[in-house]
Write a protein that binds this ligand. Structure first.
Ligand code: NAG
Ligand code: NAG
Length: 269
């Protein structure tokens, strides 16, 4: 083949097709191999999907019963955010429930169970990963005395009880196995018990069939820090009333159960 630039090594160029008048720009390539003999050919589209999550901060105006938007929070570590728990006006823990963004890689991640998901701490001054190694960190909440943080690992079917330190780091105290896919967690404000919205039949959730819908399950975990936490079922249904429960919140003998896409259920305890 003829060579129009015999004195130049091969290079790889980038053209940003989002730009009005894109220009081909040679990319810097790091050292460590024989650049002189690099002779690449080919061309392809690289889609950089930032798939980042944002956290929106609102102020609740009790008089007007309205929400006033204060701020949008973005950060490179805020990705695939599943749930957050606020510890101050601009301080929160957030769970990341998967690592990859492309569909097939997410499937691969699920099958390989890489344990690459984490809990992030965010504040205007510091953002850091404070706990990692979850199959899929999902619901998160904080104990009444704010000394412990509870994290639901949905695919591992358990809840991690984490101690919260002054520097916001979390260390694991123990894991409570529930044997069902644990979605979101809340705290009973009267007792400090954990309430867990669960998915008893996840395959029915993934392959939705209205004739045979996914069911619902809400568990109450008492004596969380003791040697033998007690787990009771507060609500269970095969999908005839409520499908795909994710979260339950209680107050003064009333429980509201939320779902992925179905209704919300108002219950008396
Ligand atoms: C999860 O539970 C928390 C309370 O612990 C709540 O603030 C949040 O909205 C819930 N998220 C979902 C997706 O259910
Ligand atoms: C769910 O339970 C109801 C009774 O509570 C029953 O009539 C119905 O057939 C059940 N549905 C499924 C899909 O098992």
């Amino acid at each position: 083949m003829p060579n129009f630039a015999p004195d130049k090594p091969g290079r790889i160029f980038l053209m940003d097709l989002n730009e009005q008048n894109p220009k081909a720009q040679a990319l810097e390539i790091s050292d460590g191999f024989d650049k002189e003999s690099l002779n690449p050919h080919g061309i392809s589209t690289f889609i950089d999907n930032h798939m980042g999550s944002t956290v929106e901060i609102f102020k609740f105006e009790e008089q007007q019963r309205s929400l006033v938007h204060l701020k949008t929070i973005k950060h490179e570590l805020l990705k695939s955010v599943n749930d957050i728990v606020a510890l101050g006006p601009e301080q929160f823990y957030a769970t990341r429930d998967h690592y990859f963004t492309s569909y097939f890689l997410v499937l691969l991640e699920l099958i390989m169970d890489f344990h690459w998901t984490y809990v992030l701490f965010y504040s205007p001054r510091e953002v850091k990963v404070v706990a990692q190694g979850f199959s899929s960190a999902n619901g998160i909440t904080v104990s009444l005395n704010q000394k412990y943080v509870y994290v639901a690992d949905v695919t591992a079917k358990n809840i991690h009880i984490m101690e919260k330190h002054d520097n916001w780091d979390l260390t694991q105290v123990k894991v409570i196995h529930l044997g069902t896919l644990v979605d979101n967690l809340t705290i009973d404000p009267a007792t400090g018990d954990i309430l867990a919205g669960c998915h008893p039949n996840p395959m029915k959730l993934l392959n939705y069939n209205p004739e045979d819908p996914p069911g619902s399950e809400v568990l109450r975990i008492q004596d969380v820090l003791s040697d033998k936490p007690r787990v009771n079922t507060l609500y269970a249904n095969n999908g005839s009333v409520l499908q795909a429960s994710t979260v339950a919140s209680v107050y003064h003998g009333i429980m509201l159960i939320g779902t992925v896409f179905h209704k919300a259920l108002y219950c008396e305890l």
